[in-house]
Design a protein. Structure first.
Length: 73
């Protein structure tokens, strides 16, 4: 089995006990494939995706992480 990348998006979801499939049921715009790419650092989430994850996971720290580590500004 491939090792998951333990980034903040992956850890937040796993700490909530959600599979990717269950997590995307909460989202309006993020697919399983997109979530997998974000969690494995194959893609950087856009601000609206981070806001959606933060809201649905009840994890505002995701916004802070994004702004301090991934935002281009």
């Amino acid at each position: 089995m491939a090792k998951e990348n333990d980034n903040i998006y992956f850890l937040t979801r796993k700490n909530l006990g959600l599979t990717r499939e269950k997590a995307v049921e909460l989202f309006d715009t993020i697919s399983v494939d997109r979530l997998e790419r974000i969690e494995n650092e194959k893609a950087i989430p856009n601000p609206s995706e981070v806001k959606e994850m933060a809201k649905k996971y009840k994890a505002i720290q995701l916004c802070n992480y994004y702004c301090t580590h991934q935002c281009e500004i």
